[in-house]
Every structure is written in structure tokens, then in C-alpha cells.
Design a protein around this ligand. Structure first.
Ligand SMILES: Cc1cc2nc3c(=O)[nH]c(=O)nc-3n(C[C@H](O)[C@H](O)[C@H](O)COP(=O)(O)O)c2cc1C
Length: 323
């Protein structure tokens, strides 16, 4: 399970960085994988309102958002926004990233597609500001709320601190460590202790991607889903993406990964292979299942649809059996 944090302050060792680093360290204690993106270090081009995302579902701008951040947002089950207050909202750098997530808004509301992880995806906000006004965080809270909605994450709340100005002020706060421990545990708690299923095939581009997405979509609250391939492809199969879109499930920006990397951070309880003779490493205690599915790659769309439907049925039966 990936917990992704966006550090939105230009100060590398300031208050926001302190909050986010400590928050992520508290989360790591639960065994979750974390990653912090220093937003000001990335090449993020602000939205140019080409509106291609609303018409076609993709963004033509080539930068780190497209190559790195969209896939990470898709992969993460928890997203944490961290920012100082700049004129009653987030920093301009972080706002540029949020605006580029109009892509996810368009895919959700115009193309009517759902993130496979929408059942469990969670969002959290961390912020600091210098003044003590009652409404200091109101603008930011609204922006954050609609950002999390666009990426199909449920907004779980925030930790916000007033009268924090000098770069070391946050670290001196008497309550912050206890606040962080509690908020991190509350945020991650419901996602811990789910049984873990690895869906594996050779390229992790088609069958195992569909199986993983159906499992997340239908029962992500009960199972943590992991995907991997013995020889991962560079990208997911575009025909598979189209077939899943017919089911309303958004497979864009998913990236194949190796089985080794899939199980490097977590140990599966069940391993399901897709009948392509892939070699899976022996995982002590894991139950192995093989679904004898034909390979739809390069076959006509109807063939892909039949395999998709068969996988959906298999996943439904598996969920019933394991539950
Ligand atoms: C451009 C800019 C705008 C700011 N606007 C506000 C503001 O509207 N309200 C406020 O309370 N603090 C404001 N601040 C102060 C910062 O929020 C505060 O110093 C914060 O602790 C900085 O966090 P950091 O160390 O993570 O960068 C502003 C600071 C800057 C540089």
C-alpha cells in the first residue's frame, strides 16, 4: 500500500516539511510504503486550459505530472497534501499540480470513469500559517476537498496550525508529535490487516491488471491488491484499457511492475496467476491459485471482452470464497 505525500513549500526544511516528514514516519511504522514528492523540485507546467482532458481524457502537456505524478496518484491508496498558507490558500507550486488534476476530474465526471481504488482511497491535509485568524484555512480546505474528490479519494480531515512563521516554529510546538501519531493511526488504521492478494501474469499489462482492478473495485476494503509480472511490459495494453472503460473502470496511468518489486514491501496471503506459465517466487504460507485464461493480447475486441468478463466472474467467486 502506497501513501503518497506532496510537500508544497519552497522551504526545504521549514514547517510544512517537518509536518509531512513526521507524518510519513508515523505511517511507516504500520508497514505502509511512503513516498514524498517535493513539489517545488518538479517540472510542473500550470494548466493551459486546452480542455483536451474534458474531450479526450488525457493532458497534452509533457512534464513530470504526466510521466511521474499521474501514475503515482493512481497507485497510491492514501494521498497527503502538505502546504504552508500563502494568501489564504496553498502555495502556487502545489496549486499548479492540483489544477493539472483537472484531468482526473474530467475522467470521472465527463467520461464517467471510476478509479479502481475508489472504495478505499483516502486524502488528508497538513498545513501551517503565520496568523491566527479563524478563517485562515477555509480557502485551502475547500480547494483540498475538491482536489480529493477529483482523484476519487475520500477527504478524511486535516491537521492545521496557526501562528507558525519562522522555519523552526512547527518543531517547537508542544502538541504536534502526539497529534501526528493519532492522525496517522486514524488515517491508515482501516487499511491495515486486509488480506493481501497478488495477481500475477507475465507482462502485468492485461489479465493481471484487470483482475487486480476488479478486486480493488469490488472488495478493496477487504483485500489489499498487489499486481506484478515476471517480465513487466513498458505500458498496459491499450485494448484492455478500452475494455475496462466499457465497465466504467479507469485503467489509465497504471504502470506494469515486476513481481519482485510488488512483493518487496509486502507479503501476499494469496497468489493468483493467469495461466501463462509465469514463474512466481515461492512465498511461504501464501496460497497459490492458477486461472487458466487465454491471452487476449493482439486478439479482436470481443475476445478481450470475453476474457474481461471471465476475470470479473472469477474475481467475484474468489471474493466470496475468501470472505
Ligand atoms: C507568499 C507568502 C504568503 C503568505 N500568506 C500568508 C497568509 O495569507 N496567512 C498567513 O497566516 N501566513 C501567510 N504566510 C506565512 C506562512 O504561511 C508561514 O510563514 C508558514 O509557517 C511557512 O511555512 P513553511 O516553513 O513550510 O514554508 C505567507 C508566506 C508567504 C511567503
Amino acid at each position: 500500500m502506497l501513501v503518497l505525500g506532496f510537500q508544497g513549500s519552497p522551504r526545504k526544511k521549514g514547517n510544512t516539511a517537518f509536518l509531512l516528514t513526521n507524518f510519513m514516519q508515523a505511517i511507516e511504522k504500520s508497514g505502509a510504503q511512503t513516498r514524498i514528492i517535493e513539489v517545488t523540485q518538479k517540472n510542473i507546467i500550470p494548466c493551459k486550459e486546452y480542455v483536451v482532458c474534458e474531450r479526450k481524457g488525457y493532458c497534452p502537456i509533457d512534464d513530470d505530472v504526466k510521466t511521474e505524478i499521474y501514475p503515482l496518484i493512481r497507485q497510491a491508496e492514501v494521498v497527503v497534501l502538505a502546504t504552508p498558507i500563502f494568501f489564504f490558500n496553498m502555495s502556487a507550486q502545489l496549486k499548479a499540480l492540483v489544477d493539472r488534476c483537472q484531468l482526473f476530474w474530467a475522467r470521472k465526471y465527463k467520461l464517467k470513469l471510476a478509479d479502481p481504488a475508489k472504495k478505499t482511497k483516502r486524502g488528508f491535509l497538513l498545513s501551517v500559517g503565520a496568523s491566527k485568524g479563524k478563517s485562515l484555512f477555509e480557502g485551502l480546505q475547500l480547494t483540498a476537498k475538491y482536489f480529493f474528490d477529483a482523484i476519487d479519494a475520500r477527504y478524511e480531515g486535516s491537521l492545521t496550525y496557526r501562528e507558525i512563521e519562522g522555519p523552526k516554529d512547527m518543531a517547537k510546538h508542544p502538541q504536534v508529535s502526539a497529534d501526528i501519531e493519532k492522525a496517522a493511526a486514524d488515517l491508515i488504521g482501516p487499511l491495515l490487516n486486509r488480506k493481501k492478494i497478488l495477481f500475477a501474469c507475465r507482462e502485468n499489462a492485461c489479465r493481471s491488471q484487470m483482475a487486480g482492478a476488479f478486486a480493488q473495485y469490488l472488495a478493496g476494503d477487504k483485500f489489499e491488491v498487489i499486481n506484478g509480472g515476471s517480465e513487466p511490459a513498458d505500458r498496459v495494453n491499450p485494448e484492455m484499457v478500452k475494455a475496462m472503460h466499457e465497465k466504467g473502470i479507469d485503467m489509465a496511468y497504471r504502470v506494469p511492475q515486476s513481481i519482485e518489486s510488488a512483493i518487496s514491501m509486502t507479503t501476499p496471503d494469496f497468489i493468483v496467476t493467469m495461466g501463462c506459465g509465469e514463474e512466481c517466487p515461492f512465498v511461504p504460507g501464501a496460497r497459490m491459485l492458477d486461472w487458466d485464461l487465454p491471452d487476449p493480447a493482439g486478439k479482436p475486441p470481443d475476445f478481450m471482452r470475453r476474457v474481461r468478463d471471465q476475470i470479473e466472474n472469477n474475481v467475484k467467486n474468489l471474493i466470496k470464497e475468501l470472505a
